[in-house]
Design a protein around this ligand. Structure first.
Ligand SMILES: [Zn+2]
Length: 531
C-alpha cells in the first residue's frame, strides 16, 4: 500500500529563536537552514522579515536550498488595506518560497488584543492570503490559539481556518499557542477540523507547556493532520515547541506511523540526527541534554549488571529501537566490552586498520576514559580523538616542538582616548634543526597566540596556509574540586573540510593552546606532510 506523505516544518529559526538566551546570527541561521535542508525537512521557517536586521538580511538573498524556505509575519492589520501595510509589504517582498501568516482564531483575542470585529479578522485573513498568492507564494496560515479558540467558539475558529483554505492557502496550521491542550483534546478537535478542511491541508503547531507537544503532534496526525511543525531539540519560548528530533525517529521507526506515512528524511539521513542535534547545541554553546530521547548520551546507556549482559546477547531486550538508526551508540557503562566496540567503530570511521585483538585498543580506551574524566570531550572533537588514536598506534610524526610561548594582555587608551585591549604573543618553535621565533598581535590572547603560532612553521608553512579557525567555544567545567576550562576549536581548510579539536586546563590560554596545536597537527597529518 502506498504510504501517505507527511510534511515536516521546522521553525527553529523563528519560534526557536524566541528561546531565552538564544540569539542567532545570520551565519548561524544559514548554517542551521543548510543542516535542515540536508536532512530533508520540507519547510524551513527562516524568520520574520522586516522585524529585525538579521531576518531582513536573511530574506534579502537567495539561499539555494531545496527546502521550501518560509517567511513568517502577520496578516494585514485591521482597518488597513493590503497595499497600505508596511509589515505586510516587507513580507510580500521577502525572497521566500512560502509565506506563513499568523492570524487570530480565538474570538476573545480578536476583541481584546486586536480590538476589532470578528468579520474584519476574517477579511484580513482572506485579503492577506490573496495578496501572497498573487505574488506567487505558497501560503500557510498559522491559526493562533486555535484549540483554546475552538473550545470557546468553534464556529469562529473554523471560519478563520476555512477563510484561508478557501482563498487558496496550501496549509492551515492549528496552533496550540499556550501549550495547554492535551492529546485527547487535540485528537478530537483536529478530527472535527478535517471534516471541513481536507487533512492533507491541515498542520499542527504544538507548544510544550504540559510536556506533551510531541504527543499532541502525533495525536493530530492520527486525527488526520498531515503537516507537523516543530523545532530542533524542542527549542522555543517558555517550555519549548514540539521537538522534531524526537518526532522524526518516532515517525520513521514506529510501525504505527512508519507503515502509513512517508517523510522527507531518508533512513540514511536519520543516522545523522544525533549530529544535527549536537551541532545546534554546540552553536548555542549549550550542554546537550544527556537524557534526550533517541539522541541523548544516556538514551541507550545501561549500567552494568543483568541488563547489560542481556543487552550484549540480544539488544532488543532493553532497547526500544536500535541506537545506530539515529546515529547514537549503545553504552554499557563500566563494561570494557562496550567501550571497546565504540572505539573499534571510531577507528574504522577514521580509517585506521587495526586487528580487533590488538592490545593497544585497551590502552587507547584507558587513555580516552582517563582524559574524559578530566574534561576532554572526544565526542565533540573528532580530530583530537583521531590524533590520540594515531598516537597510541604510533602513527603521528613529531612535526615540530613549541619550545616556549609568552602572551601578554595590555589595556591602554588610544589616541582618541578610547579604552582598547590588545594582546601580543611570542612563540618559539623548533622544526627539525631550525628554531623559529614569531610574534603575533590580536584582539585577545588566544587570537594573538594563533597568529604567532601559524606565522612561521618553516617547511610546513605552505601546508597550513589555508587553515582558518571558524569557531571557538569555551565551557567551564567542575571537575573534582577545581574548575577547569574546556576549549573546543573548529577549523576549516582550503578544501572546505572542517574539524574540531579540544583542550582542557585550569588555564584558558593553555586549554586554547592545546586545541590550536591539535588543529595544526591534524591538518599536517591529513595533508600527509613528511616528518
Ligand atoms: Zn509557536
Amino acid at each position: 500500500m502506498a504510504r501517505e506523505r507527511l510534511y515536516l516544518f521546522d521553525t527553529t529559526l523563528r519560534d526557536g529563536a524566541q528561546t531565552n538566551g538564544v540569539d542567532f546570527t545570520l551565519n548561524d541561521k544559514l548554517a542551521i537552514a543548510r543542516m535542515l535542508d540536508d536532512i530533508g525537512i520540507d519547510y524551513v521557517e527562516g524568520g520574520y522579515p522586516g522585524a529585525n536586521p538579521t531576518d531582513t538580511e536573511l530574506f534579502g538573498h537567495d539561499r539555494a536550498l531545496d527546502t521550501t524556505f518560509t517567511a513568517f509575519g502577520m496578516t494585514r492589520r485591521p482597518g488597513r488595506s493590503t497595499s497600505n501595510d508596511p509589515g505586510l509589504k516587507a513580507l510580500l517582498d521577502a525572497k521566500a518560497d512560502a509565506i506563513c501568516f499568523v492570524a487570530k482564531s480565538w474570538d476573545y483575542h480578536v476583541r481584546v488584543a486586536l480590538e476589532t470585529t470578528l468579520e474584519e479578522n476574517l477579511a484580513s485573513i482572506r485579503d492577506s492570503v490573496r495578496a501572497a498568492k498573487a505574488k506567487g507564494r505558497e501560503v500557510l496560515l498559522d491559526c493562533e490559539h486555535f484549540f483554546d479558540g475552538y473550545k470557546a467558539n468553534p464556529k469562529f475558529a473554523l471560519a478563520c481556518a476555512k477563510a484561508a483554505y478557501e482563498e487558496g492557502a496550501r496549509w492551515v496550521v492549528l496552533c496550540d499557542t499556550n501549550g495547554g491542550t492535551l492529546p485527547h483534546e487535540v485528537e478530537e478537535i483536529v478530527g472535527a477540523v478535517v471534516k471541513v478542511i481536507p487533512g492533507d491541508h491541515v498542520g499542527i503547531h504544538a507548544h510544550n507547556d504540559t510536556e506533551q507537544a510531541v504527543a499532541n503532534s502525533l495525536a493530530a496526525v492520527r486525527a488526520g493532520a498531515r503537516q507537523i511543525q516543530g523545532t530542533l531539540n524542542g527549542l522555543g519560548e517558555r517550555c519549548g515547541n514540539a521537538n522534531l528530533v524526537s518526532i522524526i525517529p518516532t515517525l520513521k521507526l514506529k510501525p504505527d506511523f512508519a507503515d502509513k506515512f512517508e517523510i522527507g528524511v531518508s533512513d540514511a539521513k536519520l543516522t545523522g540526527l544525533l549530529h544535527v542535534s549536537r551541532a545546534l547545541d554546540e552553536m548555542l554553546n549549550r550542554a546537550p541534554n544527556r537524557h534526550a530521547p533517541y539522541v541523548g548520551e544516556s538514551a541507550f546507556a545501561t549500567k552494568a549488571g543483568i541488563h547489560a549482559s542481556a543487552i550484549v546477547k540480544e539488544p532488543a531486550t532493553y532497547e526500544h529501537v536500535a541506537p545506530d538508526t539515529v546515529g547514537n551508540r549503545r553504552k554499557l557503562m563500566v563494561s570494557d566490552q562496550a567501550g571497546r566496540s565504540n572505539v573499534l567503530a571510531e577507528l574504522e570511521r577514521i580509517g585506521l586498520k587495526v586487528d580487533k585483538n590488538d592490545p593497544r585498543i585497551g590502552k587507547l580506551l584507558d587513555v580516552v576514559k582517563e582524559r574524559e574524566a578530566t574534561g576532554y570531550a572526544y565526542e565533540s572533537a573528532d580530530a583530537s580523538f583521531e590524533l590520540l588514536a594515531r598516537r597510541v598506534f604510533g602513527k603521528v610524526p613529531n612535526y615540530f616542538d613549541v619550545v616556549q610561548f609568552d602572551v601578554n594582555v595590555e589595556q591602554r587608551y588610544n589616541a582618541n582616548g578610547q579604552r582598547v585591549t590588545v594582546s601580543m604573543a611570542v612563540v618559539k618553535v623548533r622544526v627539525g634543526e631550525e628554531t623559529l621565533i614569531s610574534a603575533g598581535e590580536g584582539n585577545g590572547p588566544v587570537n594573538a597566540l594563533d597568529v604567532a603560532l601559524r606565522k612561521d612553521l618553516g617547511k610546513y608553512q605552505s601546508t597550513i596556509s589555508g587553515l582558518s579557525l571558524t569557531d571557538y567555544r569555551v565551557r567551564i567545567l567542575n571537575s573534582g574540586t577545581e574548575a577547569v576550562t574546556r576549549v573546543l576549536i573548529e577549523s576549516e581548510d582550503e578544501t572546505g573540510e572542517r574539524w574540531t579539536t579540544v583542550g582542557v586546563s585550569p588555564n584558558i590560554i593553555d586549554a586554547s593552546f592545546q586545541a590550536l596545536m591539535d588543529s595544526i597537527v591534524y591538518k599536517l597529518v591529513k595533508a600527509g606532510a613528511p616528518a
